[in-house]
Design a protein around this ligand. Structure first.
Ligand SMILES: CC(C)(COP(=O)(O)OP(=O)(O)OC[C@H]1O[C@@H](n2cnc3c(N)ncnc32)[C@H](O)[C@@H]1OP(=O)(O)O)[C@@H](O)C(=O)NCCC(=O)NCCS
Length: 121
């Protein structure tokens, strides 16, 4: 059993600018419909949540090390980060069993961070 981890930090302003400049083109390239619904429901805080999901997906790319990249072959929308009833983020990734990955997210006014741990059988 191999364990890998990944982490990412992002400036929320960067994501806000991308969304303002590119709009739906950017959103539909990076996020699933359910992720967009989750973030849009946050109204004024939405950019923090978009940035957190961007960081989460970057962290997943890091956790899938170069060696494992060929095994998974995932793109932005093959990953989905949604929250359970307690608010805890849950990750779905194409080709990865739910119990083999866990994620933690945090964000403040300027930055969003995410860390991911993956088990590979
Ligand atoms: C859950 C809690 C710790 C989040 O801390 P916070 O400082 O408000 O917020 P942060 O910016 O650090 O983190 C926000 C992220 O935390 C994650 N989160 C929310 N609830 C969570 C939970 N119960 N467990 C793990 N992660 C959680 C989410 O991913 C959220 O971001 P998202 O909405 O974009 O997905 C806080 O809301 C809290 O203390 N809640 C009351 C107690 C509680 O429910 N504790 C958890 C069970 S013991």
């Amino acid at each position: 059993m191999q364990i890998t981890c990944g982490t990412d930090i992002i400036e929320i302003e960067r994501i806000k600018e991308s969304i303002k400049d590119l709009g739906e083109k950017f959103l539909n390239r990076i996020y699933t419909q359910k992720e967009i619904e989750y973030c849009e429901n946050k109204k004024g805080q939405k950019y923090q949540h978009y940035a957190a999901r961007f960081a989460a997906k970057e962290a997943i790319f890091k956790a899938i090390s170069k060696k494992l990249k060929d095994k998974y072959e995932i793109g932005w929308k093959d990953m989905e980060i949604l929250n359970d009833e307690q608010g805890r983020p849950q990750v779905k990734i194409k080709g990865v069993q739910r119990e083999n990955i866990d994620i933690s997210i945090s964000h403040c006014r300027e930055y969003a961070v995410a860390m991911v741990v993956m088990f590979h059988g």
